[in-house]
Design a protein around this ligand. Structure first.
Ligand code: ADP
Ligand code: ZN
Length: 437
């Protein structure tokens, strides 16, 4: 395969050099952090009073973890390291798991962030000849503006369509010959369902590839989008605490996400013991940002579950790869005492060709027990008026789910396009169980 690199020297930097680079940037990050009220206090408690206290990369471990809770406590300016007049933009997390947190950027921060996103985009084979439709929410959410600037940096023609309004999306794709899309995987599936519904022919479009991220999805979901839309789908990972998109991305090998180690130090820990796990094992991703001066964040517990893939990537990049992120440690559902991740349910059902493009997980109380209902759409070809084959399909899905999660769910089948779709991140779980007080 012919790989192209945005910054070959950095992307293929020998590991030894990369570590020297990281140590220098870590010292800088600690120096910057000491200018914030939060870290001045936190680091001095850990005996770190100046960047000189960091002598090797091992010294990272002396720095205490930072949590989402800390960021909220520090709201609004506890993490700000530059005078306010140096800030040119702010972004906030989407608040999937509670109150949003705010991140500030200086002019240099924005330009560094943009070049990381450009590196990701370019690495998938995009060039200035591409037309890029950014079908994701703009605004405080980092996905919109982050990809917008990265796309411009590569030189593509960027269409800031935002999410939603599929009919207008199709018109834009046709009118301007869109070749590249960015969206959540759930929105891409929704677009495909709507295309069929509205009779938009795939052949009238020039789509080649899409970046899909901002929420977990399975390998089968990726394959499904690729086959339905005849495109290449690349997994894109980021979070607002670490700028947003541009943290880790798949190269053309589409086998693991390169985490850009010149901009981030990544660790994988066991979320219970907080100790590092071995390469290849899964745990919680902890990130330190090395490329931002206005809002430094050290050893941030992302709660995202992944691991380092062992071995080098055939693309020649030296930056390590992460496994597909399966979800967050706090996504875990406890159903009648059994731990279940929504991603396990997605993995089980999306592999089935009869299952359509959307699903929903509902939890209720039935007496003392929890009741799990999995609602799935069924492809138009499998959705017939005859109830017999549908009942057989329902039973098949039930059995597959039970084998995967050990819980016996109720299964409901729905017509394609009938389950609710959100414009931003998909809301897959409806937990209607009364909360313990
Ligand atoms: P919020 O925490 O409010 O959702 P963000 O909008 O910053 O804030 O979203 C970042 C989070 O989205 C990540 O921490 C991760 O949980 C999820 N995410 C982003 N990209 C991916 C991806 N490719 N795969 C799985 N999860 C992802
Ligand atoms: Zn690679």
């Amino acid at each position: 395969m012919n790989h192209q690199y945005w910054n070959e020297k950095i992307e293929k930097m020998p590991r030894k050099e990369l570590e020297v680079w990281q140590l220098e940037r870590l010292k800088d990050a600690v120096g910057v952090s000491l200018r914030t009220p939060f870290y001045k206090n936190r680091l001095s408690q850990a005996g770190i009073k100046s960047p000189g206290d960091i002598k090797t990369l091992e010294d990272l471990k002396r720095i205490p973890f930072t949590t989402k809770h800390d960021l909220r406590d520090g709201f609004p300016y506890g993490f700000l390291a530059v005078p306010k007049e140096e800030v040119i933009r702010l972004h906030a997390s989407s608040g999937t798991t509670g109150a949003p947190t705010t991140i500030y950027f200086s002019r240099d921060d924005i330009s560094r962030w943009t070049s990381f996103v450009a590196r990701c985009i370019y690495g998938t084979g995009c060039t200035k000849a591409d037309v890029f439709q950014n079908m994701i929410t703009y605004g405080l959410f980092t996905g919109g503006l982050g990809f917008h600037s990265g796309g411009e940096e590569v030189g593509m023609m960027v269409i800031p369509s935002g999410a939603g309004n599929t009919t207008r999306q199709f018109r834009l794709m046709r009118d301007f010959g869109t070749t590249v899309l960015h969206a959540t995987p759930s929105f891409l599936l929704h677009v495909e369902s709507k295309m069929r519904e509205e009779g938009v022919s795939r052949d009238s479009l020039r789509l080649k590839r899409a970046f899909a991220g901002a929420e977990p999805y399975s390998e089968d979901t990726r394959r499904r989008i690729e086959q339905l839309l005849h495109i290449d789908v690349y997994n894109s990972y980021g979070l607002s605490e670490m700028n947003g998109p541009g943290v880790a991305f798949e190269c053309q090998e589409k086998n693991g996400l390169h985490i850009w180690e010149d901009g981030y130090i990544a660790e994988i820990i066991n979320p219970e013991t907080l100790q590092p796990v071995a390469d290849g094992e899964r745990g919680e991703l902890v990130l330190t940002i090395l490329c931002r001066e206005a809002t430094p964040i050290l050893r941030y517990r992302t709660r995202d579950l992944t691991g380092f893939m062992p071995g080098p990537c055939p693309c020649g990049r030296t930056h390590r790869r992460l496994y597909r992120i399966t979800g967050r440690s706090d996504d875990m559902l406890i159903i009648n005492g059994v731990n279940v991740f929504p991603s396990q349910i997605e993995e089980a059902i999306m592999a089935m060709k009869e299952v359509g493009n959307n699903y929903l997980i509902e939890l209720e109380k039935d007496g003392v027990l929890d009741r799990l209902t999995v609602k799935t759409e069924v492809t138009p070809e499998s959705f017939m008026d005859d109830t017999r084959p549908l009942n057989a399909l329902k039973e098949k899905i039930r059995r597959i789910l039970q084998a995967s999660i050990t819980i016996n769910p109720r299964v409901e089948l729905h017509e394609s396009g009938s389950l609710p779709v959100t414009e931003g991140k998909a809301v897959r779980v409806k937990d209607l169980r009364p909360k313990d007080i």
